[in-house]
Design a protein around this ligand. Structure first.
Ligand SMILES: O=C(O)CCC(=O)C(=O)O
Ligand SMILES: [Fe+2]
Length: 282
C-alpha cells in the first residue's frame, strides 16, 4: 500500500515539497491557521483511501477502551481549595472509546499515513514550527489512535496534552458529532481561567463549529484551543483518526490521563512524567 492509495496527492502534493503547488498549499493553510487557529484539508484521503481506513477502523473498533467518566478540561483531579466556579472544578460527562495506538501496525492505513516520510515535515511546515521543536508523540498507546464514538456519546470541552493535533475524519455518525473549538484560548504561559470559565458557562462568541466529512484532515493546536465533540446520534459510529505531535522529544502522556483514556499505562508513562516544556495544568 502506497501513500497515493490513501491520500489525494494530486490535490495535496505533500510528497513534492519543491513543487510550486506545495508552496501555494502551504500559504493557504498557514493563513487558515493564523485566522482560525485551525486548517482543514477537505478530501485529503480520497474515497478509496477512506474505504480502506473505514475497514481498518471497523476491524479494531472492538479493541477500543470504552471509558465513561466525569472530567474537567484538564483531565485532572478536583481541587477543593479553588472556588466552586473555577474551571478545574467543572466536570462534564465523557464517554467514548479510544482504540490504543498499538493496534495500528506500520503496514496498515492509519500508521502508514502517520509515519510516511513527507507527512510530519508537511504538518510542521503548516504549523510553522522549527525542526527542533516538532516530533511525533513518543507514546506507544497514543501516538496514532482512532476515537470511536457511539450514539449518545461525545467528548466534552478539553485541552489536549500534546501540542499539535491532526485529525482525519474516517466515518461520521448518522447525525451530531460536530467539532467545536475556541482557538488560542490559553497560551503556554497563561491559563486564562477566566476565558475558559466563560466558554464552560455557555459563551458562544468565540466558538467555531466544523462539520468535517470523511477524508477531511484537520490541523490545530489542541493544547491551546479548547475543543469538544458534540454527542453523536443514530446507529452509525463516528470514527476519527488522531495523529499527535509534540514540541519536546520523547514526550508521552501523563499517568492519570493515560489510565483514564486507554485503561492501562506503561513503565514509560511513569518514567517520563513531567517531561514537557510548559507548566500548564495539562
Ligand atoms: O474526535 C475528535 O474529533 C477529536 C477528539 C479529541 O478532541 C481528542 O481525542 O482529544
Ligand atoms: Fe482533543
Amino acid at each position: 500500500m502506497e501513500l497515493h492509495d490513501l491520500i489525494d496527492l494530486g490535490r495535496y502534493p505533500i510528497d513534492r515539497p519543491d513543487a510550486p503547488a506545495y508552496a501555494d498549499l502551504l500559504a493557504d493553510l498557514r493563513r487558515e491557521i493564523a485566522e482560525d487557529g485551525c486548517a482543514v484539508l477537505p478530501g485529503f484521503a480520497h474515497p478509496a483511501g477512506v474505504a480502506r481506513l473505514v475497514a481498518e477502523a471497523d476491524a479494531v473498533a472492538h479493541l477500543g477502551h470504552r471509558s465513561f467518566s466525569r472530567t474537567n478540561v484538564y483531565f485532572s483531579q478536583d481541587d477543593p481549595d479553588l472556588p466552586a466556579n473555577h474551571p478545574v472544578r467543572q466536570f462534564f460527562d465523557r464517554s467514548n472509546a479510544f482504540v490504543p495506538a498499538d493496534n495500528f501496525p506500520p503496514d496498515r492505513p492509519l500508521r502508514r499515513i502517520y509515519e510516511a516520510g513527507p507527512f510530519m515535515p508537511f504538518i510542521r511546515d503548516v504549523l510553522g514550527e522549527p525542526e527542533n521543536r516538532f516530533f511525533r508523540y513518543d507514546d506507544p498507546l497514543a501516538d496514532v489512535i482512532v476515537n470511536a464514538v457511539e450514539t449518545g456519546q461525545g467528548f466534552p470541552w478539553h485541552f489536549d496534552t500534546n501540542n499539535f493535533t491532526v485529525t482525519l475524519a474516517i466515518q461520521n455518525g448518522s447525525a451530531g458529532g460536530a467539532f467545536e473549538y475556541v482557538p488560542d484560548l490559553r497560551t503556554a504561559s497563561d491559563e486564562n481561567f477566566e476565558g475558559v470559565a466563560e466558554v464552560l458557562a455557555g459563551a458562544r462568541d468565540r466558538v467555531r463549529v466544523l462539520d468535517l466529512q470523511p477524508g477531511d484532515l484537520q490541523i490545530f493546536k489542541g493544547r491551546y484551543a479548547l475543543h469538544r465533540v458534540a454527542p453523536v446520534e443514530g446507529p452509525r459510529r463516528r470514527y476519527v483518526g488522531i495523529f499527535s505531535f509534540v514540541e519536546t522529544e520523547g514526550m508521552c502522556g501523563g499517568v492519570e490521563r493515560t489510565r483514564q483514556l486507554y485503561g492501562r499505562v506503561l513503565p514509560r508513562h511513569h518514567q517520563r512524567a513531567g517531561l514537557r516544556a510548559d507548566a500548564l495544568r495539562d
